[in-house]
Write a protein that binds this ligand. Structure first.
Ligand code: PHE
Length: 338
């Protein structure tokens, strides 16, 4: 069988069509249901296991070659005019357009949803001081809530750290701006966690903050429902479960209804149909005061979500590490997304 495949590979390599029809005949011969490739693959099923690796590799090579010869648009254009007379001074064809990173695509989508309802975008430093990352947000030194976010500290100065969430940007924003405040803060954050398919020592977040007179929990819920419908589709439902964050009171975790129809729905949602996507709550008055906002006049809500998690759900990616490896085969799959 190896011999036959090698013969076929040679033949494909030497194939130089003169017309489009030539390509079509060639394509049918190799790729049709009863074509050469399928008959090889049928034969492949019956060969002994120890031969499978080598034969499989050859077969894949053949398949890719055939595809290349039958789909390369340059090849088919060229054949229309003059075949054989290659213009060697021609610049290399560059028909490989890059694509945006899936995390950027999702970030952009989320940013657009919130911009359209009046949220501005705010950014801050990734190397942060203790006060903005923790103390201002109601997590003083030695508070047990610090354990929720394993932190990278700068060894020579324990007051400086890699921000563990973009809530630090909100603290900065509140110091500089008077209410009404409506802002979202996208950015990279760091946590000292073991790298696995589900967690990484760096990831991306978008956090939101809304402060004004008479802002209520109902406003928070409606804003998040609007967001979920825009991002996951009109039929989306959300539910809020009580939770704890030091900077919000009351706090909640938000689940989006994903569905429970297929086996993978069961797996992804652990059999509940619901997926946890973000944390939120009413900004604790102590946080407002820390950032010089009068908590008797103003109330507000805040929420925060991980971009990776949402990208994994939307694109059905089951290993977080793929987002950082820059494997071109992975990234190319998003070239049609925007
Ligand atoms: N900062 C929280 C986190 O990183 C998320 C959050 C933001 C929760 C705002 C409530 C309100 O886990």
């Amino acid at each position: 069988m190896l011999n036959n495949i090698s013969e076929a590979i040679k033949e494909v390599e030497n194939f130089s069509p003169k017309t489009k029809e030539d390509i079509e005949v060639f394509r049918l011969r190799f790729l049709a249901k009863s074509g050469t490739l399928n008959s090889f693959f049928n034969e492949f099923k019956n060969i002994p296991n120890q031969e499978k690796k080598e034969v499989g590799q050859m077969l894949n090579k053949l398949k890719n070659l055939v595809k290349e010869k039958t789909t390369n648009p340059l090849l088919s254009n060229k054949t229309e005019k003059k075949v054989g007379l290659e213009d060697l001074s021609k610049p290399v064809a560059n028909n490989c357009i890059g694509s945006r990173h899936p995390l950027s695509i999702i970030e952009q989508e989320i940013v657009e949803i919130f911009s359209s309802i009046g949220f501005s975008i705010s950014e801050g430093p990734e190397i942060e001081d203790d006060w903005h990352n923790f103390t201002a947000l109601n997590v003083p030194k030695n508070h047990p809530a610090r354990d929720m976010q394993d932190t990278f500290f700068i060894q020579t100065n324990p007051d400086i750290l890699l921000r563990t969430h973009t809530s630090s940007v909100q603290a900065r924003y509140m110091q500089k701006n008077d209410p009404p405040i409506r802002t979202i803060s996208p950015g990279r954050v760091y946590r000292n966690e073991a790298v696995s398919s589900r967690s990484h020592c760096l990831f991306h977040q978008i956090e939101g903050l809304y402060i004004d007179k008479d802002v209520s929990f109902a406003d928070l819920k409606q804003t998040l429902l609007y967001f979920a419908k825009k991002l996951f589709g009109k039929k989306s439902k959300i539910r809020l479960r009580p939770s704890y964050f030091p900077f919000t009171e009351p706090s909640a975790e938000v689940d989006v209804y994903w569905g429970l129809e297929t086996e993978s729905d069961y797996r992804i949602t652990k059999g509940t149909g619901w997926l946890e996507v973000l944390g939120c709550g009413m900004v604790d008055p102590a946080v407002l005061e820390n950032c010089e906002i009068d908590s008797k006049t103003y109330t507000g809500f805040a929420f925060g979500m991980g971009i990776e998690r949402i990208a994994m759900l939307k694109y059905k990616v089951d290993d977080l590490r793929l987002f950082y490896e820059n494997d071109i085969r992975f990234l190319n799959q998003f070239s049609n997304s925007i």
